[in-house]
Design a protein around this ligand. Structure first.
Ligand code: HEM
Length: 335
């Protein structure tokens, strides 16, 4: 008996569905453009109205995670628009804009040269541990940036170039890299915060440094302690930007642990926008540490700088170091 009832219910249900489809068909058939061509988006217009009126389109499902039963919600559509349109503009403008600015700046200003030449004596600037932390964080950052940008730009830019198979394999590895490298990156940001906080508290010397163009715009050499105003700005971008991408990144990596779909969407938006600005800022940092300034790379490469470099760019730090070197020599001949 219950079987028969169930069967009857199924037949009645199927007939009702057929009737709805039959009635609806002429209506869709009439959804035409003024030139009488079929309007392919007509049905999605009704879906949109339905979505907005009901707030969400959801059904019933048997899996334990009931969130999976929501198929669409208005905020999800706004988020998709952000992800597929707005974010790509923010990323393209900030990253390509920064690259364009750096190229123009290099062509106009050129490399900041060591005016007084090399003295032949060098001064220890960063210990082996400081350099290890810097390079570990930098390497993780570069891989996180490439693998993250693949999520934003991979589908429109890379997929058409390398095809679906290669893109799937690459994206899977990139996603693993993004997840696992987040841990050494976070450790690096914490160590950078602790290691260099002492030299990075802003003070009046930085105000003067900025007012005088930081020695980069023009040929001035404003005094600075161990870190100048520009380096302090980079330090705080790394600490605060790194902190923000780490917190929001872990929210995304461990979904729905104390978060809802709304907070996840906000976390994704903050993560992605901060990441784009972070990449742009780091391009500026890489520029000045390599082709932008003579003698800068060796500070992080070998750990030492020429004494004349210190005199020109960090005169107050050099004075401190020289004061200390009466107790124990800090300078040594260049090899
Ligand atoms: C502790 C550090 C980080 C963690 C835990 C983290 C985690 C995540 C997670 C879980 C996602 C979502 C992936 C997905 O949708 O499958 C993501 C996306 C992304 N991440 Fe990170 N991330 C971190 C650092 C960074 C850094 C340093 C950058 C760049 C400088 C970055 C750039 C991006 C970008 C661009 C996206 C894609 C945004 C989008 O289009 O949706 N992330 N990250």
């Amino acid at each position: 008996m219950p079987k028969l009832t169930a069967r009857l219910r199924f037949i009645v249900g199927a007939m009702a569905l057929a009737l709805i489809v039959a009635l609806a068909a002429p209506a869709t058939a009439q959804q035409r453009n003024p030139d009488s061509s079929v309007n392919p988006t007509a049905s999605s217009v009704r879906e949109d109205q339905l979505l907005n009126e009901l707030d969400r389109i959801s059904g019933r499902c048997t899996i334990p995670d009931q969130k999976a039963c929501t198929i669409e919600q208005p905020a999800g559509r706004d988020w998709r628009h952000f992800h597929e349109v707005t974010l790509r503009w923010i990323g393209a403008i900030s990253i390509l804009g920064m690259l364009a600015l750096l190229v123009i700046f290099y062509l106009v200003r050129g490399m900041v040269r060591l005016e007084s030449g090399r003295s032949g004596r060098v001064l220890v600037r960063f210990s082996a541990f400081e350099r290890l932390v810097h390079w570990m964080t930098a390497a993780c950052f570069i891989l996180l940036a490439i693998s993250g940008l693949n999520i934003t730009f991979g589908r429109p830019l890379l997929l058409p170039l390398i095809g679906p198979d290669a893109f799937t394999a690459w994206s899977q590895w990139a996603k693993y890299a993004h997840n696992y490298l987040s841990f050494p990156f976070t450790i690096g940001v914490v160590l950078i915060f602790l290691m260099w906080i002492g030299g990075n508290i802003p003070n009046s010397v930085d105000v003067q440094w900025f007012k005088r163009g930081g020695g980069i715009i023009g040929d001035d050499h404003p005094p600075a302690y161990r870190f100048n105003g520009g380096q302090k700005a980079i330090y705080w971008i790394v600490v605060l930007g790194g902190g923000a991408v780490a917190i929001t990144g872990y929210v995304l990596m461990f979904p729905f642990y104390g978060t809802t779909i709304d907070t996840m969407q906000y976390a994704q938006m903050i993560h992605a926008v901060v990441a784009m600005l972070f990449v742009a800022a780091m391009l500026g940092h890489i520029y000045i540490g390599t082709i932008g300034m003579e003698g800068a790379f060796e500070a992080m490469g070998e750990g030492t700088v020429d004494v004349n470099w210190a005199k020109e760019h960090h005169s107050l730090w050099l004075e401190d170091e020289m004061g200390r070197s009466t107790k124990g020599a800090r300078t040594q001949p260049a090899e």
